[in-house]
Design a protein around this ligand. Structure first.
Ligand SMILES: [Mg+2]
Length: 289
């Protein structure tokens, strides 16, 4: 990898498929431990399609299990969450022991009411999946019909998510051919997210940089290129497409499909082969420690 320790002042990570292996719900102890070590050096932000409660249960609980007493204060200080694909940002408040909202992007009602869209999409995708009505506050999320299964066949899940994605684009185009002005659609491989166009993961990188500048006295260039961004769905239609566009931050992809964007770098082993998912992310973090 062509960066030096010191090139990055903060780091942001997608969760599913980036900190976890493909098809796994939780990060390994090795990844959790590496993240805790990284948090002793710089602010880290998790940028995920999941909502707050799901992140706390699937990720935070596993990270906390790896934090020792000496590491705890810095870990808490340096912990940030950008949930709902970047539409809501949180800072961890160590005193309250909970995440505290730092911004939220509103749903674009002028396009269509969120409830109405959920009803239409739930019907349209029912052969392959359904709207997840559990606790997302801003975005509209669909899971495949295997969502509630414990260990579904992951390739089947990806296939159904692809179908849901295509149907969603058709539905949105019928509502308004210019839907892209109002909403973005992202396929995470395990589900599909419709989010405000101005509240995607790229907005989260900018908001993170602005927050660290204002509240932590940190300095960045105008693109916040000192923020490392890592994800696994940077392809067109993927839910990291905007996150890893390079508009803000310095993007690395650990996904199977490497999009045709010269700004995106990847992680390789000594034979020059790409390392995907959590293995690639682990190597990237190791380079920063
Ligand atoms: Mg992902």
């Amino acid at each position: 990898m062509d960066f030096k320790v010191g090139d990055f002042k903060a780091a942001m990570f997608d969760f599913d498929g980036t900190l976890t292996e493909k098809g796994h719900n939780t990060p390994s102890r090795e990844i959790a431990d590496a993240l805790v070590k990284l948090s002793q050096k710089m602010p880290i932000g998790f940028c995920t399609g999941r909502q707050l409660e799901s992140f706390e249960r699937r990720a935070l609980a596993h990270l906390l299990a790896e934090v020792n007493e000496a590491e705890k204060p810095r870990f808490m200080e340096n912990l940030y969450l950008f949930a709902e694909n970047g539409a809501i940002g949180y800072d961890f408040n160590a005193v309250a022991g909970d995440f505290e909202e730092i911004y939220r992007i509103e749903w674009p009602k002028e396009f269509i009411e969120r409830e109405k869209l959920r009803t239409i999409l739930n019907e349209a995708v029912k052969e392959h999946g359904e709207i997840l009505y559990n606790a997302h506050e801003i975005v509209v999320v669909m899971g495949t019909k295997f969502y509630y299964e414990d260990k579904p066949a992951i390739d089947k899940v990806y296939e159904l998510a692809g179908k849901i994605y295509e149907i969603t684009l058709e539905v949105l185009a019928k509502i308004n051919p210019d839907y892209g002005k109002y909403v973005h659609v992202g396929n995470s491989g395990i589900g599909v997210i419709v989010s405000p166009a101005n509240g995607d993961k790229d907005a989260a990188v900018e908001k993170f940089g602005q927050f660290l500048t204002k509240n932590r006295g940190m300095e960045f260039d105008s693109r916040y290129s000192e923020i490392l961004t890592v994800g696994d769905s940077a392809q067109v239609g993927g839910n990291d497409f905007y996150f890893l566009s390079g508009r803000f931050g310095t993007p690395y992809s650990v996904g199977e499909i490497l999009p045709n964007n010269p700004l995106i770098q990847s992680v390789k082993n000594e034979n020059g082969e790409r390392i995907l998912h959590a293995g690639g992310t682990l190597k990237l973090i190791s380079g920063l420690l």
